[in-house]
Design a binder for this molecule. Structure first.
Ligand code: HEM
Length: 249
């Protein structure tokens, strides 16, 4: 037998072995069935739909704003974790820890700016995503539940932005949160309780900084992650993105 024959035999032996089949549970994807199996049996690919309508692929339909929001959230989690190595949530040390981070830590300024600008960009992207969903009528049945989940995501995004704003403990943060919590305090009925709950005391001080920090790193991001997962799962269950031909059938 020549070397080509040996190679073919060995390849056949490997691709028909139990080990190979336990990794790749489909044949070569040159037909629709195997292509679908590739998508369904691969952990990363199974997050994508097996079929998409041509209409949803048009860049000008969604402008990718939901995906951009998701990307920014991931970027914020990564840069936020790096900032946590240096930031100290104490009213005596928070501001100086931010200055140290900016001027003494290699790439510190870059990561701080990525976190700050990323946060502004995420608020903008989520708001524009919501406008797009409204403009294309994608909030209508069967997607009305996902619209409600989206509203919760918008509130969580704003909550993250608000709680993060206090952390540098500079004049801008201090007065912005003083004004913000005073506005909350003016709400009818529960206003004062909400203000006290946020600040942990009568004014913006150490208790407020710690509360905002805990909300910002421990509470809101995991809740947002869990709800985003439901949001994306619903997009799939509702048959992918809304499209005009849906209403006609
Ligand atoms: C953290 C915030 C959010 C993230 C990460 C997110 C992510 C996504 C993604 C990736 C999609 C797939 C299509 C696309 O890229 O446009 C999508 C679709 C959708 N989103 Fe969001 N979203 C967020 C907030 C919102 C908000 C605030 C609303 C509305 C109040 C909303 C309502 C919807 C609806 C109804 C769909 C289905 C759209 C269609 O079928 O055309 N989402 N979202």
């Amino acid at each position: 037998m020549n070397s080509n024959g040996t190679l073919a035999k060995t390849t056949h032996f490997i691709t028909h072995s139990r080990v190979w089949k336990s990794f790749f549970r489909h044949a070569y994807p040159d037909n629709d069935l195997d292509r679908a199996l590739v998508m369904n049996t691969n952990f990363l690919l199974h997050l994508m739909p097996v079929k998409v309508s041509r209409h949803s692929l048009k860049a000008t339909y969604s402008f990718g704003l939901g995906v951009i929001s998701l990307f920014l959230f991931v970027e914020l989690v990564i840069t936020g974790m790096l900032l946590m190595f240096y930031y100290i949530p104490s009213i005596e040390r928070a501001y100086s820890s931010m200055l140290d981070l900016q001027f003494s830590v290699p790439l510190g300024l870059l990561f701080r700016n990525m976190h700050r600008w990323g946060a502004h960009a995420m608020v903008l992207a989520v708001a524009l995503h919501m406008v797009r969903v409204f403009y294309t009528g994608a909030y209508k049945p069967p997607r009305e539940f996902n619209w409600v989940i989206g509203v919760v995501l918008l509130l969580l995004t704003l909550g993250l932005s608000f709680t993060g704003y206090l952390l540098p403990w500079d004049q801008l943060s201090f007065w912005a949160i003083t004004v913000g919590t005073n506005i909350a305090g003016a709400a009818p009925l529960l206003g004062n309780q909400i203000r006290l709950f946020l600040l942990g005391g009568p004014e913006v001080g150490q208790a407020a900084l710690l509360r905002f920090y805990v909300l910002h790193i421990m509470v809101l991001p995991p809740v947002l992650l869990a709800i985003v997962s439901v949001h994306l799962w619903r997009v799939r269950k509702d048959g992918g993105l809304a499209r005009p031909e849906e209403g006609k059938s």
